[in-house]
Design a protein. Structure first.
Length: 144
């Protein structure tokens, strides 16, 4: 009886091993599945000028959706974020953080709307592309 059990269990083990081996080899033959979620880049470009003199203001902090930059010598900036490709309304904050180095200006908030229907250069898969908006901001000087 012990001999019969050993032979029987040995054949079961070999059969299971063969079955698992065949499954392993055939699993690699199926086409690769692609998983993910659609995404797009939202880019905001703009410039910041003095409301009084129309001159560009450098070193103004610009904040949008956890991304921060400062304006360059010409008052220009670019910010971006990646999200699901749909309409987005964001608030952009403009802060004069360098004190009086470039003059004293009042902080400002500006709402920006990204429409969800004009994406460019998508890859036809999960990446829908990018969309751009442009704004021009005029900051008032601080009252003394």
């Amino acid at each position: 009886m012990k001999n019969f059990k050993r032979i029987f269990l040995g054949k079961i083990n070999k059969s299971l091993l063969a079955f698992i081996g065949i499954l392993g080899f055939t699993a690699g033959c199926f086409p690769k599945m692609e998983y993910g979620s659609p995404s797009a880049d939202f880019i905001l470009k703009g410039d910041v000028k003095s409301a009084n003199t129309e001159q560009p203001i450098k070193n103004i902090q610009v904040v949008m959706n956890y991304d921060t930059t400062q304006t360059d010598e010409n008052g220009n900036f670019t910010l971006s974020f990646k999200d699901f490709p749909q309409e987005h309304d964001v608030t952009v904050y403009f802060n004069d953080v360098d004190s009086s180095l470039n003059g004293d200006y009042q902080n400002k908030e500006q709402d920006v709307h990204f429409s969800g229907d004009d994406f460019k250069d998508g890859d036809g898969k999960w990446y829908e592309g990018y969309t751009e908006e442009s704004i021009s901001i005029k900051l008032d000087e601080e009252e003394k």
